[in-house]
Design a protein around this ligand. Structure first.
Ligand code: ADP
Ligand code: MG
Length: 306
């Protein structure tokens, strides 16, 4: 996973950034993806987000030359709309989000935000405009309040609480002995996957970025938690340009467009009803997931009866 040949000065930069607080390997991975070879051009202007339209234009990409990962990807997420990406593991879904963050640059084609090629703008301004809710959320070894405030340091107490409320984590926090001052992370209270994800959602709500990238949680969540998180995600994506990498098809039903990615190409695209009617890859993914869900529910009912 982690490349060990990272130049020392880059390590120093990483060290400063993560201090000692960072304990989770996933965030480490995210930061290490900040590719040192990708530098801002001298005098690069900051991104100016007006509407927040994201476009991928015939994007081609490979991590290593012999193995193309994205083979000509074109789509648009119109301002304020939601586009979902589904497809098998290894299809290139997360790679799309890494390119949007400019952790890597396309070999061909371009990615624009409101018409500005992201290769030509300052990286800090790009990342300030995008909020990411990752699949496995990282918590700093600090208080739960700090972990939310990380989204925006100058937020007021009231804003932190409002973000927690919208992410549906407020009641949980208030039930803790020290409330917002409760230490979490490795040396503090261990949160469940669902709780951590809601902290990440609160953090993102506080950040309030015009563009969102959601990498949805998979299995670890029970269906109640999943519904709660879905409600929180729906709320945060309201009115924001949203790219959602969806593992559970039940969550993409309302997306404005669904892209089915396989081996680096978009093999189908459309809305939920259209894709079902087509009877292709999406339709079969859908029926398989339905069957798996039903089997799981039946198993759970049987267990509950015991
Ligand atoms: P998905 O999110 O759809 O599961 P990814 O975008 O993470 O897929 O990965 C697509 C492909 O790229 C996979 O085959 C993966 O092994 C490969 N890949 C991902 N990251 C790297 C990397 N840093 N170096 C080389 N190959 C990579
Ligand atoms: Mg992925």
């Amino acid at each position: 996973l982690v490349q060990l040949s990272i130049p020392l000065n880059f390590m120093g930069m990483i060290y400063r950034e993560i201090k000692q607080a960072l304990i989770d390997i996933d965030d480490m991975f995210l930061i290490l993806h900040r590719n040192p070879e990708i530098a801002d051009r001298p005098g690069a202007p900051p991104l100016k987000v007006s509407a927040g339209t994201v476009r991928f234009e015939d994007v081609r990409f490979s991590y290593i030359p012999e193995r193309p990962i994205l083979r000509g990807i074109s789509f648009e997420v119109p301002a304020g709309r939601t586009v979902a990406i589904v497809g098998p593991s290894g299809a290139g879904k997360s790679t799309l989000s890494r390119l949007l963050f400019r952790f890597y640059e396309p070999n061909a084609g371009r990615i624009t935000i409101d018409g500005q090629d992201i290769a030509g703008i300052r990286q800090d301004s790009l990342r300030a405009a995008i909020g990411m809710v990752p699949q496995d959320t990282v918590l700093f070894n600090d208080t739960i309040g700090y972990n939310i405030r990380y989204g925006r340091w100058d937020a007021t107490e009231a804003e932190v609480r409002e973000a927690a409320r919208l992410a549906q984590i407020d009641r949980f926090i208030e039930s803790l002995p020290e409330g917002y001052d409760t230490p979490v992370g490795e040396r503090g209270l261990k949160l469940s996957g669902g709780e951590k994800q809601r902290v990440a959602i609160a953090r993102t709500i506080l950040k309030g970025p015009p563009i969102l990238v959601l990498d949805e949680a998979t299995s670890a969540l029970d269906s109640f938690t999943e519904r709660e998180i879905q409600a929180a995600l729906d709320r945060v994506s309201q009115g924001r340009t949203t790219l959602v990498i969806a593992h559970r098809l039940s969550t993409v039903i309302h997306a404005d467009e669904i892209l089915v990615l396989d081996k680096g190409v978009i093999v189908e695209r459309g809305d939920h009803a259209g894709l079902l009617a087509r009877g292709g890859v999406y339709a079969s993914l859908w029926s398989r997931q339905r069957q798996a869900d039903q089997a799981r529910e039946a198993l759970k009912r049987a267990e509950d009866e015991e």
